[in-house]
Design a binder for this molecule. Structure first.
Ligand SMILES: *Cc1c(COP(=O)(O)O)cnc(C)c1O
Length: 471
């Protein structure tokens, strides 16, 4: 068993291993090439009765676990959205783990609560979030959006469902067909059901058509439904489509409906003043979520949730059992009342480390670089006769596909699926796909913390080589 002395020795070795790992990250396959069952079949079916040496455990980590890991920190990880890390963030996480604090209320670690409040205060003006809003850090955007939708449900029904359960209220939520699956999941959990999630029609840019939203609300009112909340996307997962916040905000105000903004990925771009227009009209909204754990160099998990009416949130989630009563109640922020879980990790620490280490300008420089690499990539695709852009690229995401003169639409879908498989099977880069207006498309996301232009050139080379082999 590790003791303080051997912990010190092993930890020193581990830090060296970690630095080497980041230095050599490109030598690992980006997407794990493991087959189903490959990892578990190499490990004993029962746990050891007696403790083993850390050396032995670590050897198994290197030889069995590591090959079964996809390298999310590789600069050639272009799949999904990044879950990026950075050196200051890793150091912050090491300290969070070392302190091992459970930060459910102010009393259980005052600094954690106050640093969390400070991070919200730092980010608000940078991102152009209204000054009078408050916020907190949550685990994931899914949970934050669930909290927003439950708060909306309760505000709409004067907190009666929390108290009495449903009494035949026919509550409706609205979002576009392009919004994230976490909205579908939220309506399942919060008890209104998928049938009461209205998917509003989108325009050619895949953004909500405000007049379609208003017609849906009007027709619901005529039919005895209770329109409750709209979830607007600033950056959908497929293509980074941006719903028109200001126009949607007007409609929400007119019908007294909660407006929640899901900017899980693209929210980070609000660190750049030139992208503030993405949320113009934000003052008409009620809540907003974005994930520093995606594109803001801060390890998963770290979600920032901003809210206009803090009281409505707390009134929805507040609990006060005897064992949680404290004398500081009312003077401090007890974040256990701000969302679903009671227990909370000290997530503000890594975010604070990242912002201080990079500086605001350092973060902005990287974001602008990533966006410029994506523009360069889009130009290459545009100029190539065997490729096309399928929808106007946004920020650092380019949706594109391979095309040929001979093949029909349907065959093109298969051809592009084969291309994705060939790229990912090489282990040299990793990207995933989406459907854009029915067409199978590849998504190139350029957002790993330390990605450089040469990585994108190499990935583009790889894509062309694999495409040529399929022709
Ligand atoms: C990633 C993403 C989510 C879900 O984020 P989690 O933090 O994993 O719950 C929600 N909405 C959008 C638009 C996303 O891109």
């Amino acid at each position: 068993m590790l003791d303080n002395k051997s912990f010190r020795e092993e930890a020193h070795k581990l830090v060296d291993w970690m630095a080497d790992f980041y230095e050599n990250i490109e030598s690992y396959p980006v997407k794990s090439q493991a087959k189903p069952g490959e990892v578990i079949n190499q490990l004993p079916v029962t746990p050891p009765a007696k403790g083993e040496s850390f050396d032995q455990v670590f050897k198994d980590f290197e030889s069995i676990i590591l090959p079964g890991m996809t390298q999310w920190q590789s600069p050639k990880f272009h799949a999904y959205f990044p879950a990026n890390s950075s050196y200051p963030s890793v150091l912050g996480e090491m300290l969070t783990t070392t302190l091992g604090a459970q930060c459910m209320i102010w009393e259980t670690s005052p600094a954690a609560a106050e640093l969390e409040e400070l991070m919200i205060n730092w980010l608000k003006p940078l991102m152009n979030i209204p000054e009078k809003w408050t916020g907190c850090i949550q685990d994931t955007a899914s949970t934050a959006t669930l909290a927003a939708m439950i708060s909306a449900r309760e505000k709409k029904t004067n907190w009666s469902i929390n108290q009495n359960g449903f009494d035949n209220q026919k509550i409706r939520f609205y979002c576009s067909s392009e919004t994230h699956s976490s909205i579908d999941k939220a309506v399942k959990i919060l008890g209104t059901g998928m049938e009461n999630l209205v998917k509003v029609e989108v325009d050619e840019n895949l953004a909500i058509i405000p007049s379609a939203l208003e017609s849906a609300i009007k027709s619901d009112l005529e039919n005895g439904f209770l329109p409750c909340a709209v979830v607007a996307a600033v950056g959908t997962t497929g293509t980074l489509a941006i719903d028109p916040i200001s126009a949607i905000g007007d409609i929400c105000q007119k019908y007294n409906i909660w407006l929640h903004i899901d900017a899980a990925y693209a929210g980070t771009a609000l660190m750049l003043p030139e992208y503030h227009e993405m949320i113009s009209g934000i003052e008409k909204a009620d809540s907003f979520v974005f994930n520093p754990h995606k594109w803001m160099f801060t390890n998963f998990d770290c979600t920032v949730y901003f809210i206009q009416d803090e009281e409505a949130l707390i009134k929805t989630f507040e609990i006060l059992p005897e064992y949680l009563k404290t004398s500081t109640r009312g003077q401090v922020k007890d974040y256990r009342d701000w969302g679903v879980p009671l227990g909370r990790r000290f997530r503000a620490l890594k975010l604070w480390f990242v912002i201080r280490d990079f500086g605001v300008e350092g973060i902005q420089t990287r974001l602008r670089e990533h966006i410029s690499y994506a523009q360069w990539f889009a130009d290459q695709v545009n100029e190539h006769p065997n490729f096309e852009i399928v929808i106007e690229p946004k920020l650092n995401v380019v949706c594109f596909r391979m095309i040929t003169t001979e093949q029909a639409e349907k065959q093109l879908d298969q051809l592009n699926a084969n291309l994705v498989a060939a790229i990912n099977g090489s282990g040299e880069a990793y990207l995933t796909h989406t459907k854009v207006k029915g067409k199978y498309a590849l998504r190139m996301v350029i957002g790993q913390t330390y990605v450089q232009r040469n990585h994108i050139e190499e990935s583009w080379q790889l894509i062309q080589t694999k495409a040529n082999a399929l022709l």
